[in-house]
Design a protein around this ligand. Structure first.
Ligand code: NAD
Ligand code: UDP
Ligand code: UDP
Length: 322
């Protein structure tokens, strides 16, 4: 008889919500470059509890060392291609290698991370009613035929090339986000991130800013990939994190955001071969981010690069000459 049954146990999330207004935030890929800066910012708010999930493929515990042991912080070694059962209010889903060297290293794994990983995080968001933000990429535009790129552009992507595991993987991840939104009413946010730079980037991850800074510090020639006329827009990591938090907290679902000073005057330039499918020009149209989020980058390249140089010099053990 039902009268003798115990009352249903509230879920841990509802239970904790009943007593406190802390926001429990999951950051997948939180041990990586952008993720660890995002964690630093989220931890500044005393009402936030932050849980990082990472498999340490390109990230490291070192990036989070100041938070390990903190009562509002938790670090879990976990691969997002496996299901994850936890209780959270918000999910920042960043887990995925971002550098071409790493995402091409095991392309099948990159696709699994983007597709199965995003599916799992959406399943989690659906089960617990969490809002989820995906860090997509300007690579969804491929080698763009429209310049600059705004959110309405569908892109020009090679589906079978060596970058496709990443580009097409992120495109499917975006599709999954919108289908979970339409079919299950999940609250979603998508940021199409353009090239971001700053301290804690992997020194040898092969991207242009990290390569040039490391090469200048090591007194090696700067490797300009042919033809050398391709263009990018660079965003300093603190501006990126600010944009991601505004997007998560704001009311707009699907919108894309965001988008040398000489370190060594003697440095030489070496023209080297380029990689296949390298986009020739890329620049975000950030009108919508400005209008809807009040966001625009504040840190100029000339101010951001020295901060990254300091970090690289420290890690490479090469002090600045005065
Ligand atoms: P990163 O490589 O430093 O960080 C990615 C993190 O995800 C790492 O800590 C890595 O260990 C983790 N990870 C990878 N696969 C995983 C898996 N299967 N399970 C769990 N963890 C996994 O890269 P980043 O520059 O910090 O990029 C973060 C996000 O932003 C990525 O989704 C990337 O696609 C996106 N993005 C970055 C840029 C950029 O310029 N840095 C540009 C566009 C998009
Ligand atoms: N999932 C997860 N954590 C959860 C809920 C779901 O990792 O808390 C995974 C689940 O294993 C599944 C995916 O998310 O592979 C999609 O879940 P959903 O419930 O949407 O679909 P279904 O389980 O019906 O395929
Ligand atoms: N690039 C370069 N030298 C390098 C690394 C990259 O000239 O040592 C060029 C590359 O061909 C591309 C641009 O810099 O046109 C940006 O490349 P990166 O890998 O940093 O990022 P992408 O925007 O291609 O993801």
């Amino acid at each position: 008889n039902s009268a003798s049954k115990p009352p249903p146990t509230p879920s841990p999330l509802r239970f904790s919500k009943f007593f406190q207004s802390n926001m429990r935030i999951l950051v997948t890929g939180g041990a990586g470059f952008i993720g660890s800066h995002l964690v630093d910012k989220l931890m500044e708010n005393e009402k936030n509890e932050v849980i990082v999930v990472d498999n340490y493929f390109t990230g490291s515990k070192d990036n989070l060392k100041k938070w390990i042991g903190h009562p509002r912080f938790e670090l879990i070694r976990h691969d997002v291609t496996e299901p994850l059962l936890i209780e959270v209010d918000q999910i920042y889903h960043l887990a995925c290698p971002a550098s071409p060297i790493f995402y091409k290293y095991n392309p099948v794994k990159t696709i699994k991370t983007n597709v199965i990983g995003t599916l799992n995080m959406l399943g989690l968001a659906k089960r617990v009613g969490a809002r989820i933000l995906l860090t997509s990429t300007s690579e969804v535009y491929g080698d763009p035929l429209v310049h600059p790129q705004d959110e309405s552009y569908w892109g020009n992507v090679n589906p079978i090339g060596v970058r496709s595991c990443y580009d097409e993987g992120k495109r499917v991840a975006e599709t999954l986000m919108f289908d979970y939104h339409r079919q299950h009413g999940i609250e979603i946010r998508i940021a199409r991130i353009f090239n971001t730079y700053g301290p804690r980037m992997n020194i040898d991850d092969g991207r242009v800013v990290s390569n040039f800074i490391a090469q200048a510090i090591r007194n090696e020639p700067l490797t300009v990939q042919a033809p050398g006329t391709q263009t990018r827009s660079f965003c300093y990591v603190s501006d990126m994190v600010d944009g991601l938090i505004r997007l998560m907290e704001g009311e707009n679902t699907g919108l894309s955001i965001l988008g040398i000073q000489l370190i060594n005057p003697d440095v030489k330039i070496a023209m080297v071969e380029n990689t296949p499918d390298d986009p020739r020009q890329r620049k975000p149209d950030i009108t919508k981010a400005k209008e809807l989020l009040g966001w625009e980058p504040k840190i100029k390249l000339r101010d951001g690069l020295p901060l990254m140089e300091d970090d690289f010099r420290q890690r490479l053990g090469v002090p600045r000459k005065n």
